[in-house]
Design a protein around this ligand. Structure first.
Ligand code: EPZ
Length: 421
């Protein structure tokens, strides 16, 4: 086990390059299973634990998959899929493994996947995924910890309304429908940029998808998709995390390879808190010369304020001037970072889905832990501004979603290192 040791009090300054988006590359790697006749080569793939895990999943399916973490390229030859079963140990390690169900159903006519467990931030059900597959004509059986889906005569296009704009369900249904017979319409889909990136990749492979990123997606099924080259969009949540770090430390940071269009609510809230932000074509300049003021945030599906930025903002509110309300509407238990921040002296009260954060003048460094990916990022941000030394444990959570975090923060002047427990 390893931990991060941070000495707080340094203003961040300089430039940082954002890596490819974790939440785009995982569904896109699942979608490579649809590519016949030619391999797919993906560029700007971030060096993350989750990317290594999904590569193992593809290998288990008898598919050749190679990841070059130095060149950030991922190649898949899915001309032959040897198995349509994914084992418990891999799905348990990463819920996003469930995203292979749609492609396997479309390509092989069946899929048997271990039921994904819940995780720290919530039960994470998959009912909307299954409702979509059944609407497309698949038979679903659940038993002995596995979900089995079968569509021996292929999938048929249909009209699907999503009760909640679930990102994963939208992605799974999109991939399954891309090879269904006839047209599928998904109403009330997720509209995240990562959905658009997946649809763009599928269309490059020969799919016929219109409307990704809007409130209705139309898919005209095709009989075959071909592996293709594709470059992953930048990670808006990684970018947002460094923007908050610049604001909290009253630093001056230029964030390269960031698409400000994907970060509108984060930019708006940071400006409201008193940060200065300049948006260029593919970079964002963030600087602050005084303590941030408290703001209220309420997480919503895109284009609302992203739930994946909630913990990071709470770390900033913990030392901002005034009281901020943080309302989490997407997940039912995404306040695991509150207790850890309170160990550092934060003044936070949880009232149902809302946390009341009363800013304090400073936090004090101590031993804390990452309870989940974004909570871990929040603890690192808190350590950057705390008095003294902060030690963040369980950093395997952070390794899942942040590419070269320590190197990037050291490059911005932070005093942070990774040490053995
Ligand atoms: C994706 O998770 C992201 N993960 C999450 O990022 C992100 O927080 C989430 O979308 C919301 O933006 C990946 O893309 C790999 P959902 P996903 O399905 O697809 C409920 C991170 O930190 N729901 O939109 O699992 C569910 O319980 C991670 O990078 C159902 O009720 O999110 C939750 O309350 C964390 N039934 C809400 O919808 C379903 O069938 C949002 O879930 C599916 C979901």
């Amino acid at each position: 086990m390893e931990k991060l040791v941070i000495n707080g009090g340094r203003r961040l300054s300089g430039r940082v390059k954002i890596s490819g988006a974790k939440n785009a590359v995982l569904p896109i790697i699942a979608a490579t299973l649809l590519g016949q006749d030619a391999p797919s080569r993906l560029d700007e793939v971030p060096a993350l634990e989750d990317v290594r895990t999904i590569r193992e999943v593809l290998e288990k399916l008898g598919v050749k998959a190679a990841f070059d973490a130095d060149k950030n390229t991922f190649t898949v030859d899915a001309s032959v899929i040897g198995s349509s079963e994914a084992p418990y140990d891999l799905v348990r390690r990463m819920r996003a493994s469930f995203l292979i169900m749609g492609p396997l159903l479309a390509r092989c006519g069946r899929a048997k996947i271990s039921l994904p467990g819940g995780c720290a931030i919530g039960t994470r059900p998959i009912d909307l995924h299954l409702k979509g597959f059944e609407a497309l004509g698949a038979k679903i059986e659940i038993g002995h910890g596995f979900i089995e889906a079968a569509a021996p005569d292929g999938l048929k296009g249909t009209h699907i309304y999503l009760d909640f704009p679930s990102v994963g369900a939208t992605e799974n249904i999109l991939m399954a429908a891309s090879m269904a017979e006839g047209q599928t319409v998904i109403e009330n889909p997720a509209q995240e940029p990562e959905i658009v990136d997946l649809a763009n990749y599928l269309n490059v492979m020969g799919a016929r998808i219109r409307g990704a990123g809007t409130n209705a997606i139309k898919i005209d099924g095709v009989t075959k998709l071909t592996g293709r080259d594709y470059t992953i969009i930048p990670d808006r949540i990684e970018a947002g995390t460094y923007m908050v770090a610049a604001a909290m430390t009253q630093g001056d940071v230029r964030i390269d390879n960031a698409i400000s269009e994907h970060l509108k609510p984060v930019i708006a809230k940071l400006k409201e808190a008193g940060a200065h932000i300049e948006e260029d074509v593919d970079s964002i300049h963030v600087w602050a010369d005084k303590r941030m003021k408290a703001v209220d945030i309420k997480t919503m599906p895109y284009p609302g304020f992203p739930t994946d930025m909630q913990a990071q903002f709470m770390a900033m509110l913990a030392i901002s001037e005034g009281t901020g309300l943080v309302t989490e509407t997407v997940f039912e238990n995404r306040f695991m970072h509150v207790d850890e921040l309170k160990r550092m002296g934060a003044n936070i009260k949880i009232d149902g889905r809302t946390s009341v954060v009363e800013g304090v003048a400073n936090l004090t460094g101590c031993q804390v832990k990452a309870t989940d990916l974004r909570a871990g990022a929040a603890m690192v941000l808190a350590g950057l501004v705390a008095d003294g030394e902060t030690q963040v444990g369980y950093i395997h959570h952070i390794d899942r979603g942040y590419d070269h975090l320590v190197q990037k923060l050291v490059g911005l002047g932070a005093d942070i290192k990774r040490v053995k427990e």
